[in-house]
Design a binder for this molecule. Sequence first.
Ligand code: MN
Length: 390
Amino acid sequence: MVKLTSFTTGALTAVGLLVDTVASAGGDKGVPTLEDKWGTDWPFSGVNTFAHLPTDKCLIHPDTEFDIALIGIPFDTAVSYRPGARFGPRAIRAASARQSSLRGFNARAGINPYQDWAKVIDCDDIPVTPVDNKLALRQITEGYNELLSRPIHYKKDGKPNLPPRLITLGGDHSIVLGALRSLHKVYGPITVIHFDAHLDTWLPSKYPSSWESDPGAGDFTHGTMFWMASQEGLLSNDTCLHAGLRTRLSGKDWGDYEEDTKQGFARIASDDIMEKGVKGIVAEILERVPTTVPVYISVDIDVIDPGMAPGTGTPEAGGWQTRELIQIIRGLESLNLVGADVVEVSPAFDHAEITALAGAQVAYELITNMVIKGTPVDVLPVSAPVHNDL
Ligand SMILES: [Mn+2]
């Protein structure tokens, strides 16, 4: 049986029923209940879920309600350099062990996202094939569709039931395409705020193995998925942006940037932080992204300098500090965040969980942003719930 928290107190095994009933009755008389005695974990105890949150294999239990869920997508066969991000979700979960509802108050934000209006759970993983990327993309998309079609836990009389929000733990970056296909069906064009050292809007022809005789076969990679999303009309064409860029470009001109601009992205370079500072970066993002549009924040952990995030697939020297990234995310809490991810954590290249710890912290900050903005009933667009399309 799944670990219980304040959200679920009634799920009992047949054997446990009598004991729990007695203990609960005892609790009324001042005797500790089983929940009182055993209901909280030390950071190092318990089955490993994100932040010790309650977990369920949500994909096969349609009655499980939640407002915000972590969902792992352990997929890494679309990488162009180091593989290994399929182990990212379990590494991030392990590194989140010192987070919990008990000690979850975010002092930077002034709330505990695990003890607020939202029911936050860990929905386990979408099992994705490592041997057929076409099928994998379908599995990612259908898994995301399934979870997005679930009713939220938070209820308000007379208000429509809105879709829950998901924070994906990758996996390589290509998984975002499935999420965007799914989110687009609910919200229309999505504004992506993309934290990354790289553009990920690359034309497939810019990769070595692109063969003209087999068009489309190699298009889907962790560096082309935003190009694909753009081709499919999933992105807002005047509000998306990259932040933290320091990639080398193809050839000997600005062609990659020009292509990127065509796809609707603005660019903030990693180096910009030296002149503009964190506040300047935040201001630049908020100037471009209105608070009313549906926003997806995608965090490739390689946006952080390899000195602080070595465990990733395509490291680039000269990145932001973890502290700076956290502060920038904190500065975006006014935005209407409908989904997010932390991707490209590849634990085989990590040391002492540095990268996974950063990933877990970033996920916590993203959850905080979703909670602090308010209930979806209050903040999401009225046009949002079109579950039947999924
Ligand atoms: Mn990326």
